[in-house]
Design a protein around this ligand. Structure first.
Ligand code: PMP
Length: 440
């Protein structure tokens, strides 16, 4: 840890509290995170076998892996796997046109395939146009600064993703934060901020932008879109909706929260989503009016200064998107969506019946199970892995330290037997960790 020491009278390069956390707490449970896997995480996942038992040494692996059930990936519709129509289409496309562009969109990195994915995305989510970006994180962190700045007001849900927080801060707009999903609090901020105008001058805000997510990944709950849309009519603001987790997973046709709540997409000014989750690919998009997208093509740093989405990723996004939209022929997309909804409801109900305390809403495929104590993160995760399932455990800094949780992600690719096996394992681990409310 010599690099943590103060140099030449400067403050340590890493904050002492953070380094204490890394050294004393995270370091001892690091086997529960960033586990090396072989192959992509689908319905099951092959986790490499660790040979080192001494936590003070660098971990060593013996080159072999153990396959366990996977409840840890955002592979909601099961498109992230090695075999099938997506993988075949990717292989075919790469063999014909290659891999990467090696220049930003502006400088010769715009291909016909980018446009095809954009047109297909806009058609799917119901907007005039769309723009794809090579990373979901960068989609948020570079779009917000291209839309608002000094003299603008950005109002953000307190649990918005780090990429939205980064974008908000980069933008230079004034930021207000409302309590997670508390629409009364949002309204009181709107009422006060709009009537008072900009600090010091009292001038009207140039723009007011409310930023929310469709499905919150740590809580497994939805934003209250119908009430936010009502507020929009009353107070006049722009609405930015991050559908990273909801597009391709929520709504009868998988089109996200507008589809789920029956709200016309035209009510949302800026629809953001990612291809990382339901589409089994990577990258993000912004969908909205033609004017919005034209503006972003010129003003978003992702479009001007960064590598565009690569060919295999574009093709994976396109094939899975077309499958969900029913454009590839057959009913596969709808079948996957229905299976996801069924699996979600079954898994949630059984966990509740077993006596676990869950967060989130009944239709959410993200299912957080409360462990409460930080100390139970590692024991629960290790126990589940030893018994045959990979789960994600989360605590500080992603959640408050006292609401440490395990987070299960259900997928359309799970069979009923998979879920039953997982439930048996979670039940056994839950008994040992004394996590159940009552004996079942
Ligand atoms: N927005 C939300 C709500 C997210 O949860 C995430 C990541 N899980 C992102 C944006 C960033 O997306 P990506 O992982 O594709 O960079």
């Amino acid at each position: 840890y010599a690099f943590l020491l103060e140099q030449d009278g400067l403050a340590p390069v890493v904050d002492p509290i953070e380094s204490m956390y890394t050294r004393r707490m995270y370091y001892r449970i690091r086997d529960c995170f960033s586990r090396p896997v072989t192959g992509v995480p689908g319905r099951s996942i092959a986790v490499m076998n660790r040979t080192t038992t001494d936590y003070n040494k660098t971990f060593q692996y013996n080159g072999k892996a153990t396959t366990v059930l996977n409840l840890s990936s955002y592979n909601y519709l099961g498109f992230a796997q090695a075999k099938g129509s997506c993988a075949d289409a990717v292989e075919d496309r790469v063999s014909k046109i290659g891999n990467a562009f090696s220049s930003p969109r502006m400088d010769g990195g715009t291909s016909a395939l980018h446009r095809e994915v954009e047109v297909c995305t806009a058609g799917f989510v119901g907007t005039e146009d769309a723009m794809v970006v090579s990373m979901g994180y960068a989609t948020n962190s570079t779009t917000l600064p291209a839309l608002v700045g000094k003299g603008c007001l950005l109002i953000s849900d307190s649990l918005n993703h780090a990429s939205l927080v980064a974008g908000a801060r980069l933008s230079g707009a004034s930021i207000r934060v409302f309590k997670h999903n508390d629409i009364g609090h949002l309204e009181s901020i709107l009422r006060r901020s709009i009537s008072q105008g900009q600090p010091k001058t009292g001038r009207a805000w140039k723009k007011v932008l409310v930023v929310v997510e469709g499905l919150y990944s740590m809580e497994g709950d939805f934003c209250d879109l119908p009430r936010i849309v009502d507020l929009k009519d009353k107070y006049k603001f722009y609405l930015y909706l991050d559908e990273a987790h909801s597009v391709g997973a929520m709504g009868p046709s998988g089109r996200g929260m507008c589809d789920y709540f029956g709200i016309p997409p035209s009510k949302i000014d800026i629809l953001m989503g990612t291809f990382t989750k339901s589409f089994g690919a990577a990258g993000g998009y912004i969908a909205g009016s033609r004017a919005l997208i034209q503006h972003l093509r010129i003003h978003s740093h992702s479009s001007i200064y960064a590598e565009p989405v690569s060919i295999p990723v574009l093709q994976q996004s396109l094939t899975s998107l077309r499958t969900i939209a029913g454009l590839e022929g057959g009913n596969e997309g709808k079948e996957r969506l229905d299976r996801l909804a069924e699996n979600t409801q079954y898994f949630r109900k059984r966990l509740t019946d077993l006596g676990f305390i869950l967060y989130g809403q009944k239709d959410s495929p993200i299912i957080p199970l409360l462990l409460f104590q930080y100390g139970k993160l590692a024991s629960f995760s290790r126990e589940c892995l030893a018994l045959g399932i990979a789960v994600v455990v989360v605590s500080y800094p992603a959640t408050p330290i006292i609401t440490a949780r395990a987070r299960f992600c259900v997928s359309a690719s799970h069979t009923r037997e998979d879920l039953d096996k997982a439930l048996d394992i979670i039940s056994e681990a839950g008994d040992r960790q004394r996590l159940k409310l009552m004996s079942s």
